[in-house]
Design a protein around this ligand. Structure first.
Ligand code: GNR
Ligand code: NI
Length: 167
């Protein structure tokens, strides 16, 4: 198992649109295991393949405290959205910033599981927020895109400055 490097905004690779997974094989399951290890180590409640520079439609999530509720969504599709929830979001690719974002409160999503079987499920509340945040990543979208241009620029400038002081 390997902890993968997470891309940080404004890295242009975070803007790539991921392409569908064609085969669910052992190589993909290896990537999934590495994504869980990376997410849990961060720690985070979700991770999209885009964030580790793999541009395939694949995400992992676990919003439980005890890391007991792992979800793997391959080729996720949002089928229904209902209601509105506003929550404070963060992102491992935008470290240190938390802002309110409006999302659907209830969703229905279809995807392939780690055996390549088609699954449909509903998600509500925090899990629904997490899935929407991760699916956005697969489309090259970040939570900062929902903020004002001024806020996004300020976050970008600070992260670029942080990076220079690190390296
Ligand atoms: O760890 C994370 N926390 C979080 C909090 C509120 C809304 C979304 C998230 S996802 C984030 C991990 C991450 O960046 N996933 O892409
Ligand atoms: Ni994120």
């Amino acid at each position: 198992m390997t902890i993968l490097r997470i891309l940080v905004f404004p890295d242009p690779r975070l803007r790539k649109k991921a392409t569908p997974v064609e085969v669910v094989d052992d190589a993909l399951r290896g990537l999934i295991d590495d994504m869980f290890e990376t997410m849990y180590a961060a720690p985070g409640i979700g991770l999209a393949a885009t964030q580790v520079d793999v541009h395939k439609r694949l995400l992992v999530a676990d919003i439980s405290q005890e890391k007991t509720d792992p979800y793997i969504l391959i080729n996720p599709q949002l089928l229904e959205k209902d209601g509105v929830i506003v929550s404070e979001e963060g992102c491992l690719s935008v470290p240190g910033y938390y802002e309110e974002v409006e999302r659907a409160e209830h969703i229905r999503v279809s995807f392939l599981n780690r055996d390549g079987a088609e699954v449909e499920m509903e998600a509500n509340g925090m899990l629904a927020v997490c899935f929407q945040h991760e699916i956005d990543h697969l489309d090259g979208k970040l939570f900062v895109d929902y903020l004002s241009e001024a806020k996004r620029q300020r976050i970008r400038n600070r992260l670029v400055r942080d990076r220079r002081h690190q390296s």
